[in-house]
Design a binder for this molecule. Structure first.
Ligand code: AMP
Length: 415
């Protein structure tokens, strides 16, 4: 099957076309045949990047006024005889569409085929993710407008994997009515990524899912950790929204909630202004004062910039804190898995996170850590380490494509 994997943000449309099918999962013979990104959707100077396997990318700047126009532009490119995507000449060669949907609330514990009822439920969840779900919905509606019911559409939720958390992990210690009435609880995000790297790990070591006990660290622009026990997420660091937990590029992660009132009383701004600071101006950017990009911060730290060094220490300490917490919660883990932009690339962060955890049974091999290169699964702990440490590249799009195939063919999910 050719699956069109779509990830719509408020002003961006990202896609991949993946050739995959049930019999290809075991052999990992799925293939990405095209990918692309349209940024600045809604503007006259949208940036378009489209790339078919083995061909020169198309890079242009054009007016793209909404998500529908963005998808039509991709369709036009796909159907252009000059483009030549392997096995695809027109939209008739696309067999299903898989949408990334950020928030599935408590309703969606797995990926589902989209119909009117599902759409209404995703609309309901928009309240919980006002920055994300409306954009995801625009992508779904645009596909309906363009393709009607001809192509099955599937929703894959960032929250779904974490719905296995027990009550004591997902409930906040606030009056229960707030949960009962407003569903205020921890949901967690990056579920597709945590699930994917745990799956890769189990394939690597040859274990059934029920025997996987690992801590996964998704460290990218957004960061979260997950405790996966007997193959299920039993806790994760992000909460009602992606603001909670680890320190991120521009998000603070955990803070004392009373800080919000204190800032408000100090006249720093409205509640919305304060949350804008916590979401967009904090984290590595806030502490370093100059960048949210770990590469810039590492470089400045090496040159002696104190705030950059401090930002690195705060970042690493928060990750360590959750490793400790999850080791306790799981009564020990067999492996720690680093993934995403920072997790896959930063030798320094992996070293800082693992440093001083020998008494927890975590011994990083510094040479192997340096050898880990992006795109490769690799064990980077010493043979003597009780807890193995791995770098495993994430691939959320592939999991989206595979889930789409499973849902369309009505095959139960397994990872
Ligand atoms: P992601 O959200 O997974 O795409 O991760 C993006 C982030 O990964 C960037 O903002 C960088 O901070 C980080 N990153 C990418 N490459 C490197 C690198 N070579 N060293 C350190 N951090 C990196």
């Amino acid at each position: 099957m050719n699956v069109f994997v779509l990830n719509c943000g408020s002003s961006s449309v990202k896609f991949q076309i993946i050739n995959t099918d049930l019999d290809m999962f075991e052999t990992d013979s799925d293939r990405r045949v095209a990918k692309g990104l349209i940024e600045r959707v809604g503007q006259d100077d949208a940036i378009i990047n489209l790339e078919a396997e083995g061909q020169e990318p198309v890079k242009t700047v054009e007016p793209i006024h909404d998500h529908r126009e963005a998808i039509l532009r991709i369709k036009q490119w796909m159907e252009d005889p000059k483009t030549r995507i392997n096995g695809i000449h027109s939209w008739d060669d696309i067999h299903a569409i898989g949408h990334r949907v950020v928030h599935g609330g408590e309703k969606f514990a797995k990926s589902v085929k989209i119909d009117k009822e599902v759409l209404a439920q995703i609309e309901e969840c928009a309240d919980l993710a006002p920055l994300h779900n409306p954009a995801n919905l625009k992508g779904i509606y645009a596909c309906y407008e363009i393709f009607g019911d001809k192509i099955p559409q599937v929703a894959v939720f960032d929250t779904a994997f974490h719905l296995t958390m027990p009550e004591e992990a997902y409930l906040y210690a606030i009056p229960m009515e707030l949960y009962e009435k407003y569903r205020i609880r921890r949901y967690g995000f990056h579920g597709t990524s945590h699930r994917y790297v745990a799956y890769r790990y189990r394939k690597l070591v040859g274990k059934p899912r029920e025997e996987v006990n690992v801590i996964t660290l998704h460290l990218g622009n957004g960061c979260s950790a997950a405790a996966i026990k007997k193959g299920q997420s039993i806790n994760t660091t992000m909460g009602l929204t992606p603001l909670e937990g680890l320190v991120m590029g521009t998000r603070s992660g955990d803070i004392d909630a009373a800080i919000v009132e204190y800032m408000f009383n100090k006249g720093i701004g409205s509640v919305a202004d304060i949350f804008n600071i916590l979401n967009k101006k904090s984290g590595m950017l806030g502490v370093s004062g100059f960048s949210n990009d770990m590469r810039d911060i590492e470089k400045a730290a090496a040159e002696g910039n104190h705030r950059a060094q401090l930002a690195l220490r705060i970042f690493a300490l928060r990750v360590k804190k959750y490793i400790g917490a999850y080791m306790a919660e799981m009564n020990g883990a067999e492996a720690i898995i680093f993934t995403a932009g920072i997790g896959e690339n930063s030798v320094l962060i992996r070293k800082m996170v693992c440093e001083g955890l020998e008494n927890l049974g975590i011994e990083l091999d510094e040479e192997l850590n340096k050898q880990a290169v992006r795109g490769k699964c690799m064990k980077i702990s010493k043979d003597s380490s009780k807890v193995a440490v791995y770098v495993i590249p994430t691939n959320e799009e592939l999991l989206l494509a595979r889930d789409t195939v499973r849902v369309v063919k009505d095959v139960p999910r397994q990872w």
